[in-house]
Design a protein around this ligand. Structure first.
Ligand SMILES: Cc1cc2nc3c(=O)[nH]c(=O)nc-3n(C[C@H](O)[C@H](O)[C@H](O)COP(=O)(O)O)c2cc1C
Length: 323
C-alpha cells in the first residue's frame, strides 16, 4: 500500500509543513504501508482550465503529472487547515483537477486551525464522497491554541494515539478496497487492448498512437532488437498495413494483473488478413506481453513484447503453434 500525506496549504509561512512532517515521521515507523508527503507546492496547478476529469484524459501537462502521482497511491491522509470555515482553495482545486485517480481509495484527515480545522474536514468529507474516496471516521484535530506554542507544532501525547488509529483505518480501508480498484483498472486495461484490436482492423495509426506512451519500448517480433518511441512502433504497424489489404487481429487467453499505477497483460496474438492479390494469410500465433502504466491521462502501453519460441536444434522460430 502506498499512502500519500497530502499537504493542503501552500501559503508562505504555513504551519502545515510541520504537521505533515509529524504525520510522515509517525507513519514511517509502521511496516504496513509506504508513506510519502504530497506537497501541493510541488504541483502548482492552474485554476481549473480544462474539461472535468471524469474521462481520466487530461490536456494539461501539470494535471497529467499530478494525476500520475495520485494514480500511484492507494490511499491518502489529508493534512488541512481551515480557511473561513472551509477547505483551502488550493486543496479543493487539486481535488477537482482529477477524478478517476481518486476513486475507490481511502482518505483520512488531520486538521488544524483555531477550532482544530474540524469544519474544514466536514466539508472535505462531502467532497470525498463525490470523488468516490472512502473517508474513515477517526480523525486528528489540532487546535492552534493547545497544540502549537508560538507557531511551533507541539502535539500532546494523546494526538499520537489518535494519529495511530487514523493510520490504522486508512491502511486497512486502502487494503480492503484494493481488489475493487484492481477490477476497475483491469477493465480499463482490457478496454485499451480492445482499442488496439479495433485500430488494427481499421488500419488507423492515429488511433493506435493514443494507446502507446510516447517513449514506449517495444520488443516486437521483427528486427531490430527494440523499437523505441511511439513513431518507431507505429512504423512497424505501418508495414502490416502496407502488406495487407484487409487486416485482422485476434487476442486470446488474455490475463491482466494490476497493481497501483501499473498493469501487465499477457496472451496470444495473431495478425491475419488479405493481401492486395486477394489471397488470405492465416498468420501465426505469437506470445504477447503488454506493460501498462497509468500516466495521468489513462492507461498506456510503456512496453510490449511479441515472440515465438524457437527450436533449439535448428535455431529456427516455431511459427505453427496454436493456443
Ligand atoms: C484566509 C484564512 C482564513 C482562516 N479562517 C479560519 C477559520 O475560519 N477558522 C479557523 O479555525 N482558523 C482560520 N484560519 C486560521 C488558520 O487555520 C491558521 O492560520 C493556520 O495556521 C493556517 O494553516 P497554514 O499556516 O498551514 O496555512 C484562517 C487563516 C487564513 C489564512
Amino acid at each position: 500500500m502506498k499512502i500519500a500525506i497530502v499537504l493542503g496549504s501552500t501559503r508562505p509561512g504555513r504551519v502545515g509543513d510541520q504537521v505533515a512532517r509529524w504525520v510522515h515521521e509517525r507513519a514511517a515507523r509502521r511496516g504496513d504501508a509506504e508513506f510519502a508527503v504530497l506537497d501541493l507546492r510541488d504541483h502548482p496547478l492552474p485554476h481549473l482550465e480544462q474539461p472535468p476529469g471524469f474521462s481520466g484524459r487530461y490536456l494539461d501537462e501539470r494535471t497529467r503529472a499530478f494525476a500520475a502521482v495520485v494514480a500511484s497511491c492507494d490511499g491518502f491522509v489529508f493534512v488541512t487547515p481551515e480557511y473561513n470555515h472551509s477547505v483551502p482553495g488550493v486543496l479543493k482545486n487539486a481535488l477537482d483537477h482529477v477524478y478517476v485517480e481518486w476513486n475507490t481509495k481511502a482518505a483520512g484527515f488531520v486538521s488544524y486551525g483555531g477550532a482544530g480545522g474540524a469544519r474544514s474536514v466536514e466539508q472535505l468529507r462531502l467532497v470525498c464522497g463525490a470523488l468516490q474516496l472512502a473517508d474513515v471516521a477517526p480523525q486528528v484535530t489540532l487546535p492552534l491554541t493547545t497544540e502549537f506554542e508560538d507557531g511551533v507544532f507541539a502535539p500532546g501525547a494523546h494526538q499520537f494515539a489518535a494519529l495511530d488509529t487514523l493510520l490504522d483505518h486508512v491502511v486497512a480501508w486502502s487494503t480492503a478496497l484494493a481488489p475493487l480498484r484492481a477490477g476497475e483498472a483491469e477493465a480499463a486495461v482490457r478496454s485499451r487492448l480492445d482499442e488496439v484490436v479495433e485500430a488494427l482492423r481499421a488500419k488507423d495509426p492515429e488511433a493506435l498512437r493514443g494507446v502507446y506512451a510516447p517513449d514506449v519500448v517495444s520488443f516486437d517480433v521483427e528486427p531490430p532488437l527494440q523499437h523505441v518511441g511511439v513513431d518507431a512502433k507505429l512504423e512497424n504497424w505501418a508495414k502490416v498495413f502496407t502488406l495487407f489489404e484487409k487486416v485482422d487481429y485476434e487476442l486470446r487467453d488474455l490475463t491482466v494483473t494490476v497493481s497501483a499505477g501499473l498493469a501487465v497483460g499477457h496472451g496470444f496474438g495473431r495478425v491475419s488478413g488479405t493481401l492486395p492479390t486477394g489471397a488470405a494469410v492465416a498468420g501465426m500465433w505469437v506470445r504477447v506481453t503488454f506493460v501498462f502504466r497509468h500516466l495521468g491521462d489513462g492507461w498506456v502501453i510503456v512496453h510490449d513484447q511479441a515472440s515465438v519460441p524457437f527450436d533449439l536444434a535448428s535455431g529456427r522460430g516455431v511459427t505453427d503453434l496454436e493456443p
